[in-house]
Ligand binder design. Structure first.
Ligand code: PMV
Length: 324
């Protein structure tokens, strides 16, 4: 029996979530963990097994998972039905792009089954159809990260542009509590903007300038500057009412434990927090990996002592380019 396999990366948004829905650029980094899927041809109607659940593709089901699977399959109908098994190492609804990573992994497994280019437009179209069921109005940043990994600037109307990182980023990513629905959080920001157009204008302008500065900071290896910009982004997100008391506590704990900056990542309302660890001395001299890892451990220990779980993710600097 033929089999196709696929994987998709999780992501963390360093700056610009929510504003990205309105066309402002955001900066994201792919994580070295994500989702995997295997697809086999089947004589039965198409099914998806995810964790302990088994759903049949059904465009009119109440179950979002069944509808999302049907939407993903419908982009380019397959010659035969499929049985797909998928799993994710990312917490669902945690702001780490778990659903997009799954969509990309499943789409790649389907393309793998039919031996077509696994990075083609079809994978992106399938993943977007899948995401639309969960998100309503996704900017596409999650699906882009799941497809390409690395660190990039993303703009809704222009897509992604890679960033060349001058220094490794050591990130602590923790869970503040159960994640809220991305769709609900995006809708609540839309209602706020409809009531307060002036806040919409000023917030989007402010995020735009933070993102532009963060791009320069990343490319120059200015981690202290990047951390400050993340803190400022968090203030703006709190102004959009997408932060919560546990998110604010986690950010404060991280900063008190030496983080250069901390903010929610993803849709907010719960879910994930990202803290930038100190991995440099003043003067941009990099610390050893062991020193950076122990800086990260201090933050995780402070979170654990207050009942929050977390993990360390490392985003590696770009290799210097060969001169032509
Ligand atoms: O919570 P996540 O990982 O799905 O991230 C959502 C990011 C938003 O900007 C809030 C929505 C979007 O589609 O870009």
């Amino acid at each position: 029996m033929r089999e196709g396999r696929g994987a998709g990366a999780g992501k963390v948004i360093l700056l610009g979530e929510h504003a990205v829905v309105y066309g402002v650029p955001a900066i994201a980094a792919g994580l070295d963990r994500g989702a995997q899927a295997t697809a086999r041809e089947s004589d039965e109607p198409s099914t998806l097994r995810l964790g302990g659940r088994l759903v049949r593709a059904d465009a009119s089901a109440d179950d979002e998972l069944a509808r999302a699977f049907a939407a993903l399959l419908a982009v380019h109908p397959l010659a035969s039905a499929v049985a797909v098994e998928a799993s994710s190492e990312l917490p669902p609804g945690g702001g780490l792009g778990s659903s997009a990573a799954l969509g990309v992994a499943i789409a790649r497994a389907l393309e793998g089954l039919h031996e077509v280019d696994a990075d083609g437009e079809r994978v992106a179209a399938r993943a977007t159809a899948w995401e639309s069921v969960f998100h309503g109005n996704p900017s596409g940043i999650d699906a882009t990260a799941a497809l390409r990994g690395g660190c990039f600037v993303y703009r809704r109307d222009e897509g992604a542009r890679s960033l060349r990182l001058a220094a490794d980023l050591w990130l602590c990513i923790g869970k503040s509590g159960p994640g809220a629905s991305t769709r609900a959080m995006v809708e609540s920001v839309a209602r706020l903007f409809a009531r307060r157009p002036e806040q919409q204008r000023s917030t989007l302008e402010a995020v735009l300038s933070l993102v532009k500065n963060a791009e320069l900071a990343l490319e120059a290896g200015d981690l202290t500057g990047l951390g400050r910009l993340m803190d400022l982004n968090q203030m703006l997100l709190a102004g959009l009412m997408v932060s919560t008391e546990p998110i604010e506590r986690m950010c404060a704990l991280a900063r008190e434990s030496g983080a250069l900056g901390a903010k929610l990542t993803g849709a907010g309302g719960g879910g994930a927090v990202v803290a930038l660890c100190a991995s440099q001395r003043a003067g941009a001299l990099e610390l050893t990996d062991a020193d950076a890892a122990s800086a990260a451990e201090r933050i995780l220990a402070a979170w654990r002592a207050s009942g929050f779980d977390g993990l360390v993710a490392r985003v590696r600097r770009s290799e210097p380019q060969e001169s032509p």
